[in-house]
Design a protein around this ligand. Structure first.
Ligand SMILES: [Zn+2]
Length: 111
């Protein structure tokens, strides 16, 4: 499998040939450049991990929403403390995932 990057928007296409038109920005096929094998391997390897980070960020968003509902519900002080703790931890995990993804992008582990 080969990878091609749109020179206009950075969209990465996976296939035997570049697409006739960029599905993201509409740029013509000629705007696509092939990605070399080393970078292609890095992209392939990184996609799975980056997807896991994205899924974890989405789940932490759900945890934060549940925790906020629990804080608003305010049944008793231990519950409020637990929900505040859950919100704080979920925020840290989500932000840590984002920092990790940013690091990956800076090292070309993205695509
Ligand atoms: Zn594009």
């Amino acid at each position: 499998m080969k990878f091609f990057r749109c020179g206009v928007c950075g969209y990465v296409h996976e296939g035997d040939d570049a697409p006739d038109q960029c599905p993201k920005c509409g740029a013509a096929k000629e705007k696509f450049s092939p990605i070399d094998e080393a970078e292609a391997k890095l992209i392939e390897r990184s996609r799975y991990t980056n997807d896991l980070h994205c899924r974890l960020i989405a789940l932490m968003g759900e945890v934060i929403s549940l925790a906020e509902a629990g804080i608003d519900d305010a049944l008793d002080p231990p519950c409020i403390a637990l929900f505040k703790n859950a919100k704080e931890k979920a925020t840290i995990i989500a932000q840590s995932c984002k920092a990790e993804i940013r690091g990956h992008m800076n090292k070309g582990k993205w695509g």
